[in-house]
Design a protein. Structure first.
Length: 191
């Protein structure tokens, strides 16, 4: 269009309208690309922050979505998938006390620090939870320790407060402000 000559007002209006449409589309595309890169960076930061490395379920936690509202506004949404959000809430939003099985030194652990084969062992009857003296202990029935039976105990039920490894809202908001810093326009950041 730069080489074409404008011969009248109708042609000038047509060219300006087309340039405006192109500018709007390029603007939305650029903001969406930046938001998508921010979502990927947040996921990478979460993966880095987790000691022992994240499980595959956690590696797919961050979700990016672009859509238009009924009024035509473009919306770029970065969120945590619902299933992962319930699982990760205590370590990326607000730490809370939870009751869990804490492994003992006799337990075989995964690289993330969990008791290896816990769910399958409980289901098959290999592991049982015994309540004795007000404390719940996880016992491995396959281990035979006749004297003190301490090697059979592979876990204790206790209340623990998980530490926060990543502050999702703070990091996402700071990232959004950073990617939109050089862009002119009206934006609304929401939680």
């Amino acid at each position: 269009m730069a080489n074409s000559t404008v011969t009248g007002i109708p042609q000038a209006q047509q060219i300006l309208n087309q340039i405006g449409i192109d500018y709007g589309q390029n603007f939305n595309k650029e903001v969406s690309n930046r938001a998508r890169r921010l979502a990927q960076k947040i996921q990478a930061d979460i993966n880095k922050a987790i000691a022992g490395g994240p499980v595959a379920f956690t590696q797919r936690a961050v979700f990016f979505r672009f859509y238009r509202t009924a009024s035509g506004q473009a919306v770029n949404e970065i969120s945590i998938r619902p299933a992962q959000a319930a699982y990760l809430y205590d370590v990326i939003v607000k730490p809370d006390n939870i009751s869990k099985l804490i492994p003992t030194s006799a337990a075989r652990l995964t690289k993330q620090g969990n008791i290896s084969g816990l769910r399958a062992g409980l289901k098959s009857g290999k592991y049982i939870v015994v309540d004795s003296g007000g404390k719940k202990r996880l016992i491995d029935k396959t281990k035979k320790d006749t004297k003190k039976k301490t090697k059979r105990v592979i876990g204790m039920r206790a209340t623990k407060k998980r530490k926060m490894v990543f502050d999702f809202y703070t990091e996402a908001e700071a990232g959004a402000r950073l990617i939109l810093a050089g862009v002119q326009g009206h934006f609304r950041l929401g939680r």
